[in-house]
Design a protein around this ligand. Structure first.
Ligand code: CA
Length: 217
């Protein structure tokens, strides 16, 4: 599992990031000041650190010097929109930055892009006896390969990343098909039906009345 440290002293922002990244399947920790972050970085290995600049005790710039030797990729979260701050951050070794206020979707996209660039997005999932490898795009159940179509595979990964969460049809459709959901549910429903059959997950992919689907684990 990919581990992300969120260093942000504004709790509502930190929690918003935490919830959204967790829903994407990342394991997240939170630090609310520079010292707490430094302690965590010393004790644990993270795959990525989201780093606010203005922090109590030790600020983000200083913390970055601490992080650099660990070779952990860093995305700066900055309230400042000044060009010089971004340049300073990037020069100090941040891999990317995002300016507050930001859309959560944008943050997630940047996290994913950076992890891909670092070759860390090789995500393997093991769930209910099913092994999923998103790089080789293979699915095995009890050691036997299961043939899925492109969209069935993407749909499966989406459900797995959001396990135990009721997923709206709209969201599922738009994530997997990359086009706006126009209310036509047959495509999604038939893919769900085939996934249930192929994986023998009739009991696990639940239909949530008026919402959509939930993978129950
Ligand atoms: Ca701050």
């Amino acid at each position: 599992m990919i581990k992300i440290l969120i260093v942000e002293d504004e709790k509502p922002i930190s929690n918003l990031i935490y919830i959204n990244l967790r829903d994407e399947g990342y394991e997240c920790s939170q630090a609310y000041d520079g010292r707490e972050a430094a302690d965590l970085i010393e004790k644990h290995k993270y795959d990525l650190i989201l780093l606010d600049i203005m922090l109590p005790i030790i600020d983000g710039y200083e913390l970055l010097e601490y992080i650099r030797p660990t070779n952990t990729p860093v995305i700066f979260i900055t309230a400042r929109s000044g060009v010089s701050d971004r340049i300073k951050g990037l020069r100090l070794g941040a891999d990317d930055y995002i300016v507050k206020p930001f859309q959560v979707g944008e943050l997630i996209a940047r996290v994913e892009a950076l992890l891909r660039r670092m070759g860390k997005s090789t995500t393997e999932y093991s769930i209910l006896g099913v092994e999923i490898n998103t790089e080789s795009r293979t699915v095995k159940k009890d050691g036997k390969e299961i043939e899925l179509t492109l969209k069935e595979f993407d749909l499966l990964v989406e459900l797995v990343r959001n396990k135990n969460v009721a997923m709206y049809r709209e969201r599922l459709y738009e994530r997997v098909w990359n086009e706006p959901f126009m209310g036509e549910t047959r495509t999604l429903d038939s893919h769900i039906g085939r996934l249930r059959k192929k994986l023998d997950w009739e009991d696990h992919i639940k239909t949530v009345f008026r919402v959509g689907y939930r993978l129950e684990v």
